[in-house]
Design a binder for this molecule. Structure first.
Ligand code: FAD
Ligand code: NA7
Length: 539
């Protein structure tokens, strides 16, 4: 790096999840930069440091929910089941941090309140809540796309005498046994925490606003022979993953359901139901479930049929049956619908009878029905993708704020850069790939590190995308999304879960293989879409 920049650090990295940790490794260990990392958490792990709720696990298969870049780490990997639980992932991330000696570059328990680009110095001023301000030439953000918690406001919440918890900020030492527990939310997190809580709580009341399509997770034990085979075949496994669509370690189907016979559809869906896995059910069965109404209806009808068979009380089964498309993040769970056959579980349909208020003893619905509760768990999700960016006081050229830049919805070039934010790189920023995330994170961090290396070699003072390139990328993401059914379902993928948030495309939905080709082309074409200034700017 040009040591003439005069900055305290060559790069500041925010976040110590999969993204931030790999960025610190690439920039510090491989490129020799002087790097400072921050995280508001007390240690490494990101998502897996914060989300300690009962039942928390990844639904990406264990052998591909990890970094691929380090063969030694891959061979050391330990797992017992098809999916990794939160404690196992956290342990893995600690192991990575030790193995690569990453912790010494971090300040934990430190939130970055803001970062301002100074055009005179060409540096970022990074302001933390510990009162420290540092300067850096590059700002790399791994703030997490499912990280800023969404805590809906309810009337009377301060009067509630019990305890309120959010799954995404779960404290240690919570005991749900023998308690009257309420869970608000039935997304991916809700499904996990509901199935884990029902067997231990005295009573569980689920407050469901949207009924969901949930297939079995199939978290089977993995025998040594399977694991040894996965480890022996990592080169071909990662090659497949990085050239696939959703990067989940299975071959996506190439067969359309539209033209399959009813018998074949039934056979394929039933096999997927027995196998388990939400992304597999949506993308491994047929190739058109996310794009064709006919195929989508077929998959949805199959799941609706299962609900009817599994849930004993027809009234409860009806409440659990979704009315909309099967076009949100695909969910899977451990005997999810069976939970509602338990005597200690009540389903409150809060779309039909909304939550009116919290009372000192629990939650009262608009009908007047009151549920007495000791603990209420908010499984209400996140202000996804841009949430942590607009929460920060992030200011680029001329003091322009990210909040303003994204007021009509988040933009972003290649999911990594933004106009008027020089020397600024996002990991999993808006309009990045919608996949199993570690391989996409690696792809982005490698591209960011390559870009920094190139511009440093060229003696560039600052780099940012052109408006044309950014707008074209955003347009491409919109066009691809519009080819799918996803924009027609209301979920966090398009910002629909946050009251007042503008509906916007936030992902590149053409898959990791195409994404890798697109960003590699930018590099191979000599970064013509990036403005690279070599001289001091006129201010
Ligand atoms: P994160 O892990 O979210 O890390 C971001 C970090 O940045 C956090 O530690 C946060 O404290 C820190 N931070 C943010 N803002 C600031 C600030 N201003 N100052 C200081 N620190 C800050 N993905 C999958 O691919 N498969 C799965 O099965 C899967 N399951 C999931 C289950 C749950 C419950 C959740 C919440 C997410 C899941 N995800 C899954 C998505 C998951 O977030 C990603 O896979 C991955 O962990 C993201 O890593 P990251 O480093 O980008 O962000
Ligand atoms: P999600 O998928 O956004 O789910 C949140 C749930 O909370 C969902 O069922 C919401 O209902 C419900 N919700 C949100 N606000 C309210 C209010 N005000 N009242 C009642 N119910 C509400 O978040 P998750 O954490 O489950 O999953 C997000 C991702 O993180 C997931 O992909 C995993 O990878 C981890 P709605 O559907 O909006 O009607």
């Amino acid at each position: 790096i040009t040591k003439t920049s005069g900055a305290d650090y060559d790069a500041v990295v925010i976040g110590a999840g999969f993204g931030g940790l790999y960025a610190v490794h690439k920039l510090r260990n491989e490129q020799g930069l002087n790097v400072r990392g921050y995280d508001s958490a007390s240690d490494v792990g990101g998502t897996w440091w914060w989300n300690r709720y009962p039942g928390a696990l990844s639904d990406t298969e264990s052998y591909v929910y990890r970094y691929s870049f380090d063969k030694e780490l891959l061979q050391k990997g330990r797992w017992k089941t098809r999916y990794l639980t939160q404690p196992e992932i956290l342990e893995y991330m600690n192991e990575v941090a030790d193995h690569l000696d990453l912790r010494r570059s971090y300040k934990f328990d430190t939130k970055v309140d803001g970062a301002h680009y100074n055009e005179k110095t060409g540096l970022w001023n990074v302001i933390t809540d510990s009162g420290e301000t540092v300067t850096a030439k590059y700002l790399v953000t791994g703030l997490g796309l499912l990280s800023a918690t969404n805590v809906p406001k309810f009337k009377g919440i301060d009067d509630f005498k019990g305890r309120i918890l959010h799954t995404g900020a779960w404290p240690d030492g919570v005991d749900l046994s023998n308690k009257r527990v309420g869970i608000i939310g039935t997304g991916s997190t809700g499904v996990q925490v509901i199935t884990a809580t029902a067997p231990v709580a005295k009573h569980l009341t689920v407050f469901q606003r949207s009924a969901q399509y949930v297939v079995p997770i199939g978290n089977t034990p993995q025998d040594d022979a399977t694991i040894a085979e996965q480890k022996a075949n990592y080169d071909s496994i990662w090659n497949q993953v990085k050239n696939s669509v959703v990067a989940f370690g299975f071959e996506e189907s190439v067969k359309p359901a539209e033209t399959a016979s009813p018998e074949e559809r039934e056979r394929v869906f039933e096999a997927a139901w027995q196998r388990g896995g939400g992304f597999y059910f949506m993308f491994g069965t047929f190739c058109d479930i996310a794009t064709s109404q006919v195929a989508n209806d077929a998959a949805a009808d199959f799941i609706k049929g299962k609900i009817k068979k599994i849930v004993k009380d027809p009234k409860v089964a009806e409440k659990l049956t979704p009315k909309d498309l099967y076009a949100k993040r695909p969910l899977c769970g451990n005997n999810y619908y069976e939970v509602y056959n338990r005597d200690n579980v009540t389903l409150a349909d809060v779309k039909a009878d909304p939550i009116a208020e919290f009372t000192p003893n629990g939650i009262r619905l608009e009908s007047g029905e009151e549920h007495e509760l000791d603990i209420v768990i908010f499984a209400t999700g996140f202000d996804a993708v841009d949430g942590n960016y607009v929460k920060m006081d992030l200011r680029g050229r001329g003091g322009v704020t990210m909040r303003d830049t994204w007021k009509e919805g988040p933009l972003g070039y290649l999911g990594m850069m933004e106009v008027d934010f020089p020397n600024f790189f996002m990991i999993l920023g808006p309009n990045g790939p919608f996949t199993n995330l570690p391989p996409s994170i690696e792809t982005q961090v490698e591209w960011i590190a390559d870009t920094i290396c190139t511009v440093e070699e060229e003696g560039v003072r600052n780099v940012e995308p052109t408006v044309e390139a950014r707008d074209a990328w955003v347009r491409t993401c919109r066009e691809i999304a519009d080819m799918t059914l996803f924009p027609k379902a209301e979920s966090w993928i398009f910002g629909a879960n946050i009251p007042g948030k503008k509906n916007a495309v936030m992902f590149y939905m053409a898959g990791i293989g195409n994404y890798r080709n697109a960003i590699n082309a930018v590099k191979e074409e000599g970064y013509t879409s990036l403005i690279r200034n070599r001289t001091a700017e006129k201010v």
